[in-house]
Design a protein around this ligand. Structure first.
Ligand code: FES
Length: 124
């Protein structure tokens, strides 16, 4: 497990993102031992920012993805749950359409360094 420290916060490596294009998503799973860890995903938005979320829909708690790395609408603009179609803003995780409208995905602080994504340990 690779850990880095930024501004006195620890971040754990979750996956390579150098080849993740804008408006695309990628799943990750991080195990911290002793039952800790999470399944999450990364989204790169059209302005090239990277966001990370826990892979749990606020509607039922189910995983959101359609296929292993596909969390987005066909346009790539929004996150969409594969179960009942709830739609979420890619940069905030806010649901704006569907059965959990007004609720949020759990966002994880993420940093990108040398083509690698790291998520804040305190958020997991
Ligand atoms: S489980 Fe995601 S919208 Fe119902």
């Amino acid at each position: 497990m690779e850990i880095i420290e930024i501004d006195q916060s620890k971040y754990v490596f979750v996956c390579e993102v150098g080849s993740l294009p804008a408006m695309a998503s990628k799943a990750f799973s991080v195990e911290l031992g002793e039952g800790k860890g999470c399944d999450g995903f990364l989204v790169r938005t059209d302005d090239d920012n990277l966001y990370a979320y826990v892979n749990t829909c606020p509607h039922t708690g189910a995983p959101l993805n359609w296929t292993p790395d596909q969390f987005l609408t066909s346009s790539g603009r929004y996150i969409q749950c594969s179960i009942h179609g709830a739609m979420f803003k890619s940069d905030t995780g806010e649901c704006f359409a569907g059965p959990c409208s007004g609720k949020f995905l759990k966002i994880l602080r993420v940093v990108e360094q040398t083509n690698k994504a790291y998520v804040a340990l305190a958020d997991i």
